[in-house]
Write a protein of this length. Sequence first.
Length: 204
Amino acid sequence: MAQMGRPRTFDRDKAIDQALHLFWEHGYEATSLSQLKAGIGGGISAPSFYAAFASKEALFQECAQRYLSRYATVTECLWDTALPPRAALETALRASAKMQCERGHPKGCMVALAVMSAPSPENAAVTQSLTQSRTRTRAGFTQCIERGIATGELAPNTDARALATVFDSFLVGLSTLVRDGVGHGVVDAAIDRIMTAWDTAKSR
């Protein structure tokens, strides 16, 4: 009769959160297996790690899915057609800024930071879900602006992709600012300023 393996001595769900914070803070390539083993439940052996998570890549992808379902939803309001387009866009910016500055997890946005999380071509597939999330947010900005044009709030000659890039660039750049210690109060005030880009494009 086969001998049963040793029972896990760590909480797998909690371990995912701990690994998520490591990947969020350091990125995929810079987070070592040693860091992961040390950070998960007080440290586990390599065989136990692979038995629980299969590989570093598989663990990262599981962490990415948790991030997307728990934190990245702050920008889903971009697709809420019940909100006026300007309000949807501003709400997404303010909700993301608040999340990025919160205590209890690393600063910044894991989706934005993933641009540098796995820069080598062979690891690009690892962060594909985060790349897709950035693409979806960018499309959400464009969709809000196109709604504004369609309703007559924005001038008909507004370049939707260019204006969307203004807001997308601001959102992506927030991660660097927050990591550098810029506080939520300053970031929130900056959103007041960036929203003037929308107001400048309004129909006269």
